[in-house]
Design a protein. Structure first.
Length: 163
């Protein structure tokens, strides 16, 4: 967006300096085609409009809340509520298939989906460990487990999403 703005300003300034009213045509040429931009937006929305992506959004927003609340023992009640929401979303997500599976060759798809489910099971187990640490008032341990979950998340997104 910033590059587009820079191009537009540069085109207007150059056309003003040259005294050419054709600067508007250059500005129009610098803008992306509306149809192409719309198609890209629809593709992203389609990818984000799956039930799995909705569950992952619940997990992501919960993890953001936990990043702050796990630091404070007085927020343990709130942390436990958030952990339960994240846990429920992770359990639901485990039984779903990522959209990327359709792009995996048929011969390898079952193995790929099994790997996804195994990774989700490991993440669910780690979430349960974090919940137990918070229940026991061990916030330092819960913060370390949080980091483990984030690492698992990053590795999972590398392998099972197109981002």
């Amino acid at each position: 967006m910033k590059q587009l703005r820079t191009r537009v300003v540069a085109a207007v300034v150059l056309s003003a300096l040259a005294g050419v009213p054709a600067g508007l045509n250059v500005v129009r040429a610098a803008a992306p085609a509306p149809a192409a931009a719309q198609e890209e937006k629809e593709k992203k929305v389609a990818d984000l409009d799956t039930e799995l992506s909705k569950q992952m959004e619940v997990i992501d927003s919960g993890m953001k809340k936990l990043r702050r609340s796990l630091r404070k023992p007085e927020s343990n009640k709130e942390s436990l509520e958030t952990i339960e929401k994240v846990h429920a979303a992770a359990v639901k997500s485990k039984d779903m298939t990522p959209a990327m599976a359709a792009k995996i060759p048929e011969a390898q798809r079952a193995e790929w989906v099994a790997g996804y489910k195994k990774a989700m099971e490991a993440t669910i187990k780690t979430i349960e460990e974090m919940r137990d640490a918070v229940k026991d008032g061990k916030n330092d341990k819960a913060q370390e487990i949080y980091k483990t979950i984030k690492t698992q998340e990053d590795k999972g997104h590398e392998k099972y999403t197109e981002q």
